[in-house]
Structures are given as structure tokens and as C-alpha cells.
Design a protein around this ligand. Structure first.
Ligand SMILES: C[S@@+](CC[C@H](N)C(=O)[O-])C[C@H]1O[C@@H](n2cnc3c(N)ncnc32)[C@H](O)[C@@H]1O
Length: 268
């Protein structure tokens, strides 16, 4: 499969792709905010208004999530990025489509942005649901970050830290502890150089982490709500093949520009 960015409704587009053609799918759909999401750079932005209640939103999501299930390869995974508004409803839907046994993680992406809650705790996290096409056969490269607590540890003759246990020396991995399901990644600030001006753009660091964990070089990474193309740029940087789709002209223009800039840098 060649790299591809399609301006289209994602349901029609996904139906045109062959079964099991994607190794990793990440999607960041509208969050059911009830608002038109716009910005100066993208005056049309995208529509997140729904005629009635959550049922309309779920009726939109269900056939699309079913297509994603069909498109995943045997070793593939799906990440669905949402927040407190719709995530619990979509979890129930995904359990039905994927089977509860294939649910791997509820990832909490915690961040600090402006705006504080005065009548409830400030809402400062998104939730990313992770499902495998077949749990156990899925690709997973454990990631590491941070540092172990080193107080009370001993040092061996080569300076490596260890703890004495009944079974002998317990060594600590040089790259730190394995990552948990709570991720502390900064939100894109209003002045970030990475910012394209597209509403709801996600940080590259978030997508790079997901792609490293759930795919290998050469694999096909897809995002069918790709917006400004963050997933596609992260995939290209990490030598994965990519497929993107968005129904917005402004989104696709920005994504194409970002991908072209990356290519220019690579050729320089
Ligand atoms: C939250 S934004 C994605 C932002 C993206 N993750 C980024 O980093 O820029 C959601 C995107 O879904 C797109 N979208 C909504 N419904 C769609 C549909 N039926 N087909 C294709 N794209 C759709 C919108 O145009 C919007 O760009």
C-alpha cells in the first residue's frame, strides 16, 4: 500500500480499502462538544454539532468503528482518542465491536492548559482507548520513560545500580521504568512552533509514542480523522507507511503542506 491522503468522507473511503490493510489505526474524531470548531487559520474548521443527543453521535461512529475493525491486520491495534463527553458511550460500543477481551488500555493523557474549573475539578485529561484486533497477537513495543527511585540501591563493580534480593541482584533497566497508561505530555501551547493553527491539533510527541509502541518500521499507520495530519507526519518521521483521510479541505491542505515540508527537510 502506497502513502495516501484522501479528502473524503471517511466511511466511503474506508469501504474502498481492502480488509486487513492497516497495522495501526489512530483516530481523534470530533469529541461531541456540540460546537463548530474553527480558528483564524481554518475559518471553516470542522463541525462537532449533532442534531439531537448522544444517539446521533454513536450512529455516526458505529459504522466507522466497524470499518476500522475490518481494516486492521491480524497484529493490528486501534487507538480512539476522546474526552469525558463521549468516551464512556464509545467504550461500550467498542466492546461490542472488538470484544471486551481485546480491550488493552484506557490511556489518560494528562496536560495543563489555561482555564480552571471553579465549580468542579479542572478537566485536564483526554482518554485514549486501545483495542487489539486479536489481543496476544498484537504488536507491542514496551516504552520506557522516567527514572527508578535509586535511594537505598547498591552499585556493582561497573557502576550499575541493583537491589539485593533473596534471589540475588535485581538490576534496573538503564532506560528507566516501563511506561504506564498515564501520559504526561505537554499540550501544544498557543505559541508552539509545531502549531499549524488547525483546531484540536494534537502534539507530535503523543503520536510518536503511539506509533513506536504499536507498529514497526514499514508498517501501515492510518488516521481516518487526520485533521492537520499529525499522525501522518509522525508516521513518516518514524519510517512507517501512512494513510490519511479528512473531509475538510482546509485540514487536507494543512496536512499536505506539513508532509511536503518534512519531505523537503529529508531531501536537504
Ligand atoms: C479533532 S480533529 C483531528 C485533529 C488531528 N488529530 C490533528 O492533530 O490535527 C477531527 C477531524 O475529523 C474530521 N472529520 C469529521 N468527520 C469526518 C468524516 N465523516 N470523514 C472524514 N473526516 C471527518 C474533521 O474534519 C476534523 O478535521
Amino acid at each position: 500500500m502506497k502513502n495516501l491522503l484522501q479528502e473524503a468522507d471517511n466511511l466511503v473511503f474506508m469501504q474502498s480499502l481492502p480488509e486487513a490493510s492497516c497495522d495501526l489505526i489512530y483516530v481523534d474524531p470530533p469529541f461531541w462538544t456540540g460546537k463548530q470548531r474553527t480558528s483564524a487559520r481554518s475559518p471553516n474548521g470542522y463541525d462537532d454539532r449533532w442534531p439531537d443527543d448522544i444517539a446521533d453521535y454513536l450512529a455516526f461512529m458505529e459504522p466507522r468503528l466497524k470499518e476500522m475493525h475490518r481494516l486492521l491486520s491480524e497484529r493490528g491495534s486501534l487507538y480512539v482518542h476522546l474526552d469525558w463527553r463521549a468516551v464512556h458511550y464509545v467504550k461500550v460500543l467498542l466492546d461490542r465491536i472488538f470484544g471486551r477481551e481485546n480491550f488493552l488500555n484506557e490511556i489518560i493523557w494528562a496536560y495543563r492548559t489555561g482555564g480552571v474549573g471553579k465549580r468542579w475539578f479542572s478537566r485536564k485529561h483526554d482518554t485514549i482507548l486501545l483495542y487489539a484486533r486479536h489481543a496476544g497477537r498484537h504488536i507491542f513495543n514496551a516504552q520506557r520513560e522516567g527514572e527508578f527511585r535509586t535511594d537505598g540501591l547498591k552499585q556493582d563493580e561497573n557502576g550499575r545500580l541493583y537491589k539485593s534480593t533473596k534471589k540475588g541482584r535485581l538490576y534496573f533497566h538503564a532506560d528507566g521504568p516501563t511506561m504506564t497508561d498515564v501520559w504526561d505530555i505537554p499540550f501544544l501551547s498557543t505559541v508552539s512552533l509545531e502549531r499549524t493553527g488547525y483546531p484540536s491539533q494534537k502534539p507530535l510527541a503523543l503520536l510518536e509514542r503511539i506509533i513506536r509502541a504499536s507498529s514497526n518500521p514499514g508498517d501501515v499507520v492510518a488516521d481516518f480523522f487526520c485533521g492537520s495530519g499529525t499522525t501522518l507526519v509522525a508516521a513518516a518521521k518514524l519510517n512507517r507507511r501512512w494513510i490519511g483521510c479528512d473531509r475538510g479541505e482546509e485540514a487536507c491542505d494543512i496536512a499536505r503542506k506539513r508532509l511536503a515540508e518534512l519531505q523537503t527537510k529529508a531531501n536537504a
